[in-house]
Design a protein around this ligand. Structure first.
Ligand SMILES: Nc1ncnc2c1ncn2[C@@H]1O[C@H](COP(=O)(O)OP(=O)(O)OP(=O)(O)O)[C@@H](O)[C@H]1O
Length: 229
């Protein structure tokens, strides 16, 4: 699903590369954490996968698509295959829960009938069936993140990218969000999640890819966060 070979990213303003010849292969259906200290390159990796930015070296493919040489006109189609979830939820604050999810489907050209059918299904999946008409500010942080996950999942992405999705949530709420991401993973969606949350990483025992100063320093199948971090 993800193939990164010697991928580097050198920002113009920076002296050292944010990513330095990293090799990562993630298979379809895998669940993998990307961990590492602040500035190690986690968000940069996710940005390259979303094609918000382009590597300055190496090969990068998602689902067989070459992201290095991808034409600008194909970027939107690439992003449509992905779901993205962020620490700060990024909901449309002036739209209801239902509209937030529906709008994401509208912009990718889904018919009104299909949106009408899909939105209640995904809201039920994330446990928000009674809250379709609420505004985001009428929800708890955990509920807002559920809306963001519903929105990311509505189009059944092949790959879900999550950048610190539990960063603003308390431990119990974070655990619930992880159950939801596991559930999404069980439907066949590959999940790549950047996190600082050692409790979550230790309890899930999933693949752990550790970055330090832009290099992969550990890639373990059923890893833990690590001692003393
Ligand atoms: N737009 C940019 N221009 C210049 N340098 C950048 C840019 N974005 C990130 N960097 C640098 O690239 C390196 C990696 O940053 P990145 O945001 O990928 O790290 P991170 O592991 O996600 O950190 P955090 O956990 O704090 O989010 C850092 O040294 C950062 O300062």
């Amino acid at each position: 699903m993800i193939h990164a070979s010697k991928v580097s990213k050198q920002y113009k303003a920076s002296t050292r590369p944010a990513l330095d010849e990293i090799n990562i292969d993630v298979d379809k259906g895998e669940f993998a954490f990307v961990i590492g200290p602040s500035g190690s390159g986690k968000s940069t990796l996710l940005r390259l996968l979303i094609r918000e930015d382009v590597p300055t070296g190496g090969e990068l493919e998602v689902n067989g698509e070459d992201l290095v040489h991808m034409r600008r006109g194909k970027v939107a189609a690439h992003r449509r295959k992905l779901g993205c979830v962020f620490q700060d939820f990024r909901l449309l604050t002036n739209r209801t829960v239902e509209q937030n999810v529906g709008f994401a489907l509208e912009v990718i050209g889904r018919s009104r009938a299909s949106i009408k059918q899909t939105v209640p299904e995904v809201l039920e999946m994330v446990g928000l069936e009674g809250k379709a008409n609420r505004m985001p500010n009428e929800l708890s942080g955990g509920e807002q993140q559920r809306v963001a996950i519903a929105r990311a999942f509505a189009n059944r992405p092949i790959l879900l990218l999550a950048d610190e999705p539990t960063g603003n949530l308390d431990p119990d709420t974070s655990a619930d969000i992880m159950l939801l991401l596991e559930r999404i993973n069980r439907t066949g969606t590959t999940v790549l999640m950047a996190t600082h949350d050692n409790t979550i990483v230790d309890s899930m025992r999933r693949r752990v890819i550790e970055l330090q100063l832009g290099k992969v320093v550990r890639d373990e199948a059923r890893g833990v966060y690590g001692v003393g971090r």
